[in-house]
Design a protein around this ligand. Structure first.
Ligand SMILES: [Zn+2]
Length: 213
C-alpha cells in the first residue's frame, strides 16, 4: 500500500511547531501581501546544496529555481517548454528582483556527467545528456586537458558553467536592458559541500574568491 514517507511527516510536524509557529505573523503577512523577494537564485537540484539553507533565508526572501547543474539556457523563444526561462521571466518582469545569483557547487553530478563524454543515455529520452549539451563545447575542451587531474577538471567546469549561465542570462532582452540601466545585478557563486565555503565570482574577471565578511 502506498504510504507517505514518515520522515517527511515528522519533519513537517517539527516545522509547524518550530519555524512556522515562530514566524506565523510573517507567513500571514506574506499570504496577504504576496511575495516580494529581492533575489532570484538559480541552483542545482543536488540535495546537499539548498540555497535557503546555505543563505539562512526565511519565507519570502529567495525566489529559487533549481535544475540539474544550475544552468540557465540561452534565450530561445521557440514555443518549446522552458521551465527555467519561465521562472526567470516571472522573477524579472513581475517580481522585479534586483539580483540574480547563479550558484554552483562542488562534486556536482551533472557536471561530472557533462565531462563523461562517452556516457550512455540513462533512458531513451537522454534528458540529462541533452540538457548538459548546453555545456558541451566547454566540457570537451576541459575533458581534453591532460594537464589537469579529474578533480581539477571537475571544479574548472563547475565554474565555467556558472560563467556560461551568466552569459546566457544576458541573451534575454529584459535582463540585458535592466542590467544596463543598473536595475539588475548578476552574480556567480560556488559552494563547497565538504567545507561549507562559499566562493563568489568577481564580475569583471570571472575569477572566484572567498568574500571578505
Ligand atoms: Zn549539482
Amino acid at each position: 500500500m502506498q504510504r507517505f514517507p514518515d520522515y517527511l511527516l515528522k519533519g513537517y510536524n517539527n516545522f509547524m511547531s518550530g519555524r512556522f509557529n515562530e514566524q506565523q505573523q510573517r507567513y500571514k503577512a506574506l499570504a496577504e501581501t504576496g511575495q516580494q523577494p529581492k533575489t532570484m537564485v538559480i541552483a542545482c537540484c543536488d540535495s546537499r546544496a539548498a540555497p535557503e539553507t546555505i543563505f539562512d533565508s526565511g519565507p519570502g526572501e529567495l525566489f529559487v529555481v533549481r535544475n540539474v547543474a544550475n544552468m540557465m539556457p540561452p534565450y530561445e523563444p521557440d514555443g518549446q517548454y522552458h521551465s527555467t526561462s519561465a521562472a526567470l521571466e516571472f522573477a524579472v518582469q513581475v517580481l522585479k528582483v534586483s539580483d540574480i545569483v547563479v550558484m554552483g557547487h562542488g562534486r556536482c553530478g551533472g557536471i561530472k556527467a557533462a565531462l563523461d563524454l562517452d556516457a550512455e543515455p540513462l533512458s531513451p529520452g537522454d534528458f540529462i545528456g541533452r540538457w548538459m549539451n548546453l555545456l558541451k563545447p566547454a566540457a570537451e575542451q576541459i575533458h581534453n586537458n591532460e594537464l589537469m587531474t579529474a578533480a581539477e577538471r571537475q571544479r574548472a567546469l563547475e565554474r565555467v558553467s556558472i560563467r556560461n549561465s551568466i552569459a546566457n542570462l544576458r541573451t534575454f532582452p529584459c535582463v540585458k536592458i535592466l542590467e544596463q540601466r543598473g536595475k539588475l545585478q548578476l552574480h556567480g557563486a560556488w559552494f563547497d559541500i565538504s567545507t561549507g565555503e562559499l566562493w563568489v565570482m568577481d564580475g569583471k574577471t570571472g575569477d572566484f574568491a572567498r568574500p571578505g565578511m
